[in-house]
Every structure is written in C-alpha cells, then in structure tokens.
Design a protein around this ligand. Sequence first.
Ligand code: GAR
Length: 208
Amino acid sequence: MKHIIVLVSGGGTNLQALIDQQEQGNIKNGKISCVISSNPDAYALQRAEKHGIKSRVLPRKEFQNNHDYSLALLDLLREEQADLIVLAGFMIILDAELIRAYENRIINVHPALIPSFCGDGFYGLHVHEKALEKGVKLTGATVHFVSEICDGGAIILQKAVEIQKGDTPEILQRRVMEQAEWKILPQAVSLFCEDRLQIENNHVWITE
Ligand code: GAR
C-alpha cells in the first residue's frame, strides 16, 4: 500500500473526492495516510477528521518565504514516509529542492486545460475569471506531475467542460470541479498507486 499524503490549503472538495473514492474501494494499492494543511482554518482539516484520517498543520505564515516553508514541509513528508504527494487545492509554490526530492511523485490538479490559463498567478477562482474574460467555449481540468516549471510538468489526465451563457467564475468553478476535477484526480491517484503511469520525455502513458 502506497502512503498518499494530501496537501491542502482551503475547502478541500478535491480531498473529499479522494476520500469518497477511497471509501468506495476505487483507490487501488494506496491509502491517504496524512493530510497536511498550510492553513490552520482550512475546512479540509475537518473533512480529514470526520473520516479518521491523520492531519497535520504547517502554517505558511510562520515562515518567511516558500523556500523555508518547503524545507520544513520536506521534513514532514519524510516523517510521514510519503510515496505520493497530492496537491489538492494547495496554494503554495513548492521549492525546487522539495520537487527534486520527490521527482515524479508529486501530482497537482489544476482547474483549466493546461497549457491554457496556467502558470504564475493562475490559481483558484482567478483561473475561471480569465477563462470567462477570454470567451473560450471549453475549459476543464488537468492532473499533472509537478516539475520545477509552474504547471509545466507531464500531463496525466485532462477533462474538458463546456462554458455556458450566464456563467460566473463561481458557477464555472463548481461545474469544473463536479465534471472534471473530482473525477480525474482520484483516477490519476489510483493509476499512480497501481504503477500504471509511465513517463517518457515529459509525456505520460497509461499502461494496462
Ligand atoms: C480547485 O479548483 C483546484 O483545482 C484549485 O483550487 C481549488 C481548490 O478547491 N487549485 C489551483 O488553482 C492550484 N493552481 P478545493 O480546496 O475545494 O479542492
């Protein structure tokens, strides 16, 4: 069983999707062994508690910069014997040292079809604001490995979602979560735990 560590900062609906799929037996060969939050008030922490999952808090505000934060986080991840790290609404850009220590073992869910609406400054609701501003007809979500380039790592799964007349950023965010994020994140986590993701030249192939 692989130890899955989920990093969160906020509401934790993606964490909830992972917990639900785990409880339905759909995360093969892996178990969420710890949730780590950068925010002591994150609702995600309550979700973990309700389902008997260990959680730890490493408050971002106790650190001067992302580098120092990442080093402290690295210690926690080692203590927790992480096999897979899942960024599920984790709002901190991790330092290169941590990313290198867990190369191809960190996955992130991003609320757009990468390479659209991604990179520095594209997080949370802003991503949907930008998609609506541009007038795209399709957006969606991407699950990808984390590399030193922000939102630039190898893509594991993507799912498209249609924009509808009258969408606000909040309405669109919800549809992208329901139709895409909550489906492809647990799928990607299970594929990883089953050793079915093969990475070659920044491309991911899913094996049978
Ligand atoms: C999700 O939409 C996730 O894709 C996004 O923040 C939201 C967190 O929601 N993440 C990013 O924008 C990272 N670049 P949640 O806390 O309810 O899972």
